[in-house]
Write a protein that binds this ligand. Structure first.
Ligand code: ACO
Length: 393
């Protein structure tokens, strides 16, 4: 049966029949990619993850050079504006009163990732950042978040929060607000390097979440809260803490081979290995390994980690020859985060502090594209049927 529109067009004498409108194919006719693997869902100029060649570029600059020549403040500014400026600084700011009140109310057993998400949510309720997100909003939330996380950590340990020292970098100020003392400059620099390395990574799960939320013309605080939720999962941001317990469980490199083979046979994931995009050594792992090698306190731990890594890579090569599984960023992130004295449950929210720059850069970019992200699902449920009559119960 033809539609009324087609009938109207074709009924005019001498007018050729209108071509049938070309609409989207039914979802059943289009390819389905579980986990959206290989699907291009955005165009970005923020960062380039070159998985085949093990390269990571922020606005064209290689990650290794940014760690050597940059600071997190300068790199965040680069991600937000595309400009590489000596004068770019980002210093920790005090926790706003409404955020501090909310942190005081949280139970001590709150997961620090939930505390950080709450802090950003209250910041949003207080500041009401408008759509589209701006660089000023990005700077403000990125500079407040480390202070909020440090305040929560002190409160849960029965300590009063301390004011940030504005002469320190964001990473240094985070350490200072955790401990109440100005940090060792080497530790501050090592954590700053971690912040740079973790700042941005293409369309990963949390950044995608952030872009989806912004695409609805929602605000930056909501988008970052969603991104923190995505990052909380152990397959994304929870890995470094598990790397620490994994190495603890293995104990000595002599036990690594047996442990790894048994874990793979059980179908367990070895934390700190494998990546959706990289089919080569993760350049962030290489950069952080260099940083960790410069941390004298980590020498023993690092020696074990390097030996275990060699075993894991060899066993993967043997047992999963068709899938290239290499070391990912989280393996050596564990060394740096432990080396600066962070407890393992602060690893995931510290990752979130660093990624705040990348999330907000993507939020700004997504808003300028201003296109709602709304994919389709392939329906695999029952065919249409009548609703059955209900009995008396
Ligand atoms: N340990 C054991 N097997 C692995 C690992 C691993 N770490 N990584 C991949 N594999 C295997 C899978 O078992 C699967 O094997 P199969 O085809 O025989 O079933 C194959 O490799 C493909 O793995 P997937 O999980 O399907 O690959 P995907 O691209 O979906 O996963 C992921 C990537 C989630 C990172 C995975 O490698 C993993 O779970 N790694 C451990 C957790 C981790 O370190 N996460 C941090 C990632 S970095 C980041 O998010 C910042």
């Amino acid at each position: 049966m033809t539609s009324r529109i087609e009938t109207a067009a074709s009924s005019q004498p001498g007018t050729p029949a209108a071509a049938a409108p070309v609409g989207p194919k039914a979802a059943t006719d289009r390819p389905y990619s579980p986990g959206l693997e290989g699907v291009i869902a955005a165009e970005t100029a923020v960062g380039f993850v070159d998985g085949q060649n093990g390269r990571l570029l922020y606005r064209g600059y290689p990650i290794g050079q940014l760690v050597e020549k940059g600071t997190y403040g300068r790199v965040a500014e680069l991600l937000w504006t595309g400009e590489w400026r000596r004068s770019a600084h980002l210093v920790p700011t005090a926790v706003p009163e409404p955020v501090m009140c909310a942190l005081h109310e949280l139970p001590d057993h709150t997961h620090p990732m939930d505390a950080l998400r709450t802090a950003v949510s209250v910041w949003g309720a207080w500041r009401r950042p408008h759509w589209p997100p701006t660089v000023d909003q990005a700077r403000e939330v990125t500079a407040m978040a480390p202070s909020a996380l440090a305040a929560f950590h002190r409160l849960r340990n029965g300590l009063e929060p301390v004011q940030p020292n504005p002469k320190l970098s964001l990473a240094g100020g985070f350490l200072q607000q955790l401990t109440g003392k100005d940090p060792d400059p080497a530790d501050a620099r090592a954590l700053d390097a971690y912040f740079i390395v973790a700042a941005e990574h293409g369309l990963n799960a949390s950044t995608f979440t952030c872009r989806v939320i912004i695409s609805t013309r929602s605000d930056l605080a909501s988008a970052i809260c969603g991104a923190i939720g995505a990052l909380k999962g152990p397959l994304h941001g929870g890995a470094p803490a598990e790397v620490v317990s994994q190495l603890h469980e293995i104990g000595s490199p002599d036990h690594a081979e047996k442990w790894v083979r048994e874990a793979i046979a059980r179908g367990d994931k070895i934390m700190g290995f494998g990546h959706r995009v990289y089919r080569a050594y993760d350049p962030r792992a290489a950069a952080l390994r260099k940083v960790a090698e410069g941390m004298s306190d980590m020498a023993g731990w690092l020696d074990t980690a390097v030996k275990v890594e060699d075993v894991v890579l060899r066993v993967f090569g043997e047992l999963k020859p068709d899938r290239v599984i290499k070391t990912n960023v989280e393996y050596y992130a564990a060394a740096v985060l432990q080396g600066v004295g962070l407890p393992p449950d602060l690893f995931p929210p510290t990752f979130a502090l660093a990624r705040m720059a990348g999330w907000s850069a993507h939020a700004i970019e997504q808003a300028s594209a201003d296109k709602l992200i709304r994919p389709d699902a392939r329906y695999v449920g029952p065919a249409e049927m009548d609703v059955p009559a209900l009995g008396s119960r």
